[in-house]
Structures are given as structure tokens and as C-alpha cells.
Design a protein around this ligand. Structure first.
Ligand SMILES: [Zn+2]
Length: 193
């Protein structure tokens, strides 16, 4: 991927026009929104927009390994979120997804927001080919970081069912966080996630 990036002219991650990251036209289509995930403890989430159109294409480009697109969207997310009053945690990514992409997109996004100081880990059966029930049953564990008595912002790329974010929030509260919120690139409807 890095070699290809040297050989090919950089293009917008969404519309393929010349340029890197996300072009101004595609960035202008983003409509940030806030929503609340229902759960035992509701979780407030901020997103750059719906998982459709240019944003969806940009997120898919990130999944194919476009680190520059992740950085561009991460900077935009940081602008929308503003000052983070608390700690940051990247939502954990399954190891095989991280390996396929060449980088951890949630960690990279968290870096754009100031850097993840709280570490979480995905535990349980291999996520390879996991069905919906298995994905929902996967477990997020608090690994380390100064979380007691702090507010924490969890960062991820796409929120579809919200299962991962809610699991992150639960693990962080159990570790002592006083409140948890989330920031994601895109909000997907359940059926499109
Ligand atoms: Zn574009």
C-alpha cells in the first residue's frame, strides 16, 4: 500500500479527484449529528454524518488502507468534537482487521483527537467470520490508563448497532469512569452496518 501510494497520484478518498484525504467538496457534504444509543445506560454519540454518499466511500477507503483519509476525517472529527474534557479511548479493533488494513483506524482517529490514554481490548472468540450473535457477545475489557473519576470519550469509525460502543462504555464505567461519550465518523442504520 505504501509503495502504491508513492507510485500513484493521491486522490480524494470519496470521489477519487486528485488530492489526498478528503477534498473540500466531499468535506462540505458532511452533516455532523448527535444521537443517543439506547442501553442500560444511554450513550451520547457524535458523528460526522450518516454512513452514505461521500462519507461512506471515504470510510470504505479507510477500510482498504487509506491512512491519509483516516487522518483527514480524524481532523474533521476533532473540530466537531472540540475540546475533550477528559480521557480518550480508541474502540478496540479485531486483530485480523487491523492486520488487513495495515493500521488501527480507531487508534489513528483517537490520535487526531489528542491521543488515547485509556486502553481497551477485544476479548473472546476469533472475530473472523463471526455471525451477528457472536459479534454482539464479544467482550471489551479495560486494559489500563487513568480512568477512575474521569470522563472518557470513546472513538471509533462506524457506529451501526452500537454494540461495541456500549460494551466499551460499560467496561469504562466498571473501571471507574464517571461518564462516557463517543465520537465516530459515521452513523450507519442497523440494516446497513
Ligand atoms: Zn472528494
Amino acid at each position: 500500500m505504501d509503495l502504491l501510494a508513492l507510485l500513484l497520484p493521491a486522490r480524494c478518498g470519496a470521489c477519487r479527484r486528485r488530492g489526498s484525504g478528503l477534498c473540500l467538496d466531499c468535506a462540505a457534504t458532511l452533516v455532523p449529528e448527535r444521537f443517543v444509543l439506547a442501553g442500560p445506560t444511554p450513550l451520547e454519540v457524535v458523528a460526522l454524518g450518516r454512513y452514505e454518499g461521500p462519507l461512506r466511500r471515504a470510510v470504505l477507503a479507510i477500510k482498504r488502507g487509506r491512512r491519509d483519509v483516516a487522518q483527514a476525517l480524524g481532523r474533521r472529527l476533532a473540530e466537531v468534537v472540540g475540546h475533550v474534557d477528559g480521557a480518550i479511548a480508541a474502540a478496540p479493533t479485531a486483530a485480523h482487521r487491523r492486520a488487513a488494513r495495515g493500521f488501527d483506524q480507531a487508534a489513528l482517529l483517537a490520535r487526531a483527537l489528542g491521543g488515547a490514554s485509556i486502553r481497551l481490548r477485544l476479548e473472546g472468540a476469533s472475530q473472523r467470520g463471526a455471525g451477528r450473535a457472536e459479534r454482539l457477545a464479544r467482550c471489551v475489557r479495560f486494559v489500563g490508563g487513568d480512568v477512575a473519576g474521569r470522563r472518557v470519550l470513546v472513538v471509533d469509525d462506524v457506529c451501526s448497532t452500537g454494540g461495541t460502543l456500549l460494551a466499551c462504555a460499560r467496561a469504562l464505567r466498571e473501571a471507574g469512569a464517571i461518564s462516557v461519550e463517543a465520537a465516530v465518523l459515521a452513523r450507519a442504520e442497523r440494516w446497513s452496518g
